[in-house]
Design a protein around this ligand. Structure first.
Ligand code: AMP
Length: 287
């Protein structure tokens, strides 16, 4: 497995991988890898010839009072895990390699970027869209793999790829959870034992929405009220948003008959957690 730090080396290495006739699958990450990330790597391996993973904690997607400095960095362990998965190439640039000091070009996906997490984290999706556009330009993959965990990010990036005619197929992979239901996240390691227990309320709220929807309730207002009631049962958890939206535009919908995204963001202590559910769900385990 090659671990490269520069754009030019990475371009050359991808060219060499392609020369053997292999297609390229790409998984962008910020490191601190867990099974959620590795599920994307496995999907990329299953569907593409060679697999490229980037590890880059992108400064432009963090707000001034967010956790950029504290964000977990576990580079050695990440590389060991990726090597075990049979990854071909890791691109791990320094911030200076990605951004000239006077960089002044950004990708702004208007509208969707201001909804859900974008409403709470101004500028976040501008940073995400810009770095993903850059990474796609550097790696030039056939397919790029993203997690449904970050559903608003998926909406922003799908639109960017469409609007800019980027020659890549986006593949969205399901949310990977801990055995008790908590969606895996690099930020889960910030949680105290008490917060870790409280954090389960997000999954409980979504489960209750799914149960109600499957019993025939279609009014978004009623489903949101139910989710909010479940969330209120854990008063230490501060809800940022709890919404039912169109998965492409992220705009509120009134009923859930036509494929919607139920999305929740909340703070356990100072840690911001997100989770979501797509309705109607493809499968369910309720009897
Ligand atoms: P991050 O390192 O947090 O930027 O995440 C990198 C990629 O992994 C993104 O496409 C995320 O949506 C995806 N991801 C993060 N957590 C999970 C999870 N629990 N299940 C599936 N994908 C995930």
């Amino acid at each position: 497995m090659q671990v490269l730090r520069t754009v030019s080396e990475t371009r050359a290495a991808v060219r060499a991988l392609r020369a053997g006739g292999r297609s390229i699958g790409f998984v962008p990450t910020m490191g601190a890898l867990h099974e959620g990330h590795l599920s994307l790597v496995r999907a990329a391996k299953a569907g593409s010839g060679a697999v490229v993973v980037s590890i880059f904690v992108n400064p432009t997607q963090f707000g001034p009072n967010e956790d950029f400095a504290q964000y977990p960095r576990t580079f050695e362990a990440d590389c060991a895990a990726l090597e075990r998965e049979g990854v071909d190439l890791v691109f791990a640039p320094a911030a200076e390699e990605m951004y000239a000091p006077d960089a002044s070009t950004f990708v702004d996906v208007e509208g969707v970027s201001g909804r859900l997490d974008g409403a709470s984290r101004p500028g976040h999706f501008r940073g995400v869209a810009t770095v993903v556009a850059k990474l796609l330009n550097i790696v030039g993959p056939d397919r790029a793999f993203f997690g449904q965990k970050d559903a608003a990010q998926v909406a922003v990036l799908k639109r960017m790829v469409r609007d800019l005619n980027l020659p890549v197929e986006l593949v969205v992979c399901p949310i990977v959870r801990e055995p008790d239901g908590l969606a895996m996240s690099s930020r889960n390691r910030y949680l105290s034992a008490e917060e870790r227990r409280q954090a389960l309320v997000l999954h409980r709220a979504l489960n209750e929405v799914q149960r109600m929807a499957e019993s025939g309730v279609t009014a978004a207002r009623d489903l949101i009220a139910t989710a909010e009631a479940v969330l209120a049962g854990e008063p230490a958890v501060r809800v940022d948003y709890c919404k039912i939206v169109d998965p492409d535009t992220l705009e509120d919908v009134a009923d859930v008959q036509n494929g919607v995204l139920v999305a929740v963001a909340a703070f356990a202590g100072t840690t911001r957690l997100i989770d979501n559910l797509v309705l109607p769900s493809a499968h369910h385990d309720l009897s």
